[in-house]
Design a protein around this ligand. Structure first.
Ligand SMILES: O=C[C@H](O)[C@H](O)[C@H](O)COP(=O)(O)O
Length: 304
């Protein structure tokens, strides 16, 4: 059923669009060969912004830019905009994507993200990790100090045959209310991903950040209290889990500095704010603690 149009919805959609145009303006150019396109409602504006940019700044060759989708829906958005899709497994062996743009369900102040609210996460992580930089686009509702503040649970993609045993293990590690995601019409059964896998949504206590751990807090899962990195690693260890919707660890700048390529975390998150402005949280600011006061204050703002 289409979402009802309310002033709030209009404000949210305007915030997403404005953030998308700013993110694309700062991170896309017409000479880029391979660009990743995420999934969800926000990335639609990212694709609109890319299309607008290419119309204003045509590439030297009309077959210059190729867009790597992160699922069926993402591919449709690329095609409908008249852009050229290329499947992830058709990329030349050594090719890195210049950038990938994607949304998120929640972002903490160290730019760790929860993703998978729309049942896409496995291909999104593949594409993010094959990109020199992941640039995230979001609206003000997604910005929180810590993950699992407003967003209720971690999406986990699992093999159908293993879903009951994964649920059992999630209960043991601190998520007694983890649930298989079903269609709203329950008789249709579990939602299936682009890989024909299932999604489990696992609530946990609000997560500690890596900085909390550096500051001496215990995120090892004792009493159900996890930090982002430890929880992501623990969930990945469960047999039957394909991928976990926590994008964490290193970003593309950090992996390149370490002589590696591609990272899960965004290098920047563009937040469309409620007041019509766009605030940007950048990895380099997080790293050296120079996020300005207004950015820090905004990070704590709760979803309306
Ligand atoms: O599964 C979906 C993806 O991870 C999306 O990027 C995420 O859920 C954000 O979606 P939206 O832009 O619709 O809020």
């Amino acid at each position: 059923m289409p979402e009802e149009k309310t002033p709030d919805n209009d404000r949210i959609e305007a915030a997403k669009r404005k953030a998308a145009f700013k993110a694309v303006e700062e991170h896309f150019d017409s000479s880029m060969r391979f660009v990743g396109i995420g999934s969800g409602s926000t990335i639609v504006y990212g694709v609109e912004a890319i299309k607008t940019h290419l119309e204003k700044n045509p590439p030297a060759d009309k077959h210059m830019n190729w867009f790597v989708p992160t699922g069926w829906n993402s591919r449709k958005v690329i095609e409908q905009a008249g852009l050229l899709p290329i499947a992830f497994d058709s990329l030349p062996g050594d090719a890195m994507l210049e950038v990938c743009f994607d949304g998120a369900d929640e972002v903490d102040e160290e730019l760790n993200c929860i993703k998978g609210g729309g049942a896409c996460l496995f291909q999104e992580k593949l594409v993010a990790c094959r990109s020199k930089k992941f640039v995230c686009i979001a609206d003000y509702r997604k910005k929180q100090k810590r993950l699992l503040t407003k967003w209720p649970s971690i999406p986990i993609e699992v093999a159908p045959i293993a879903h009951a045993s994964v649920l059992r293990e999630l209960r043991i590690i601190g998520s007694p209310d983890a649930k298989l995601r079903e269609h709203s019409m329950a008789k249709t059964g579990p939602i299936q991903t682009d890989q024909s896998f299932y999604i489990i949504d696992a609530p946990f206590k609000t997560l500690l950040s890596p900085q909390d751990v550096k500051d001496g807090k215990d995120g090892s899962g004792k009493d159900g209290q996890w930090d982002v990195d430890a929880l992501a690693a623990r969930i990945k260890m469960i047999n039957g889990v394909l991928e976990v919707g926590l994008f964490h660890g290193m970003n593309g700048y950090e992996t390149q500095a370490a002589g590696l390529q591609g990272g899960q975390k965004p290098v920047a998150v563009y937040f469309g704010e409620e007041d019509g402005e766009v605030s940007v949280s950048r990895a380099e600011q997080v790293a050296d603690g120079t996020l300005d006061d207004s950015a820090r204050a905004a990070i704590g703002r709760e979803r309306s």
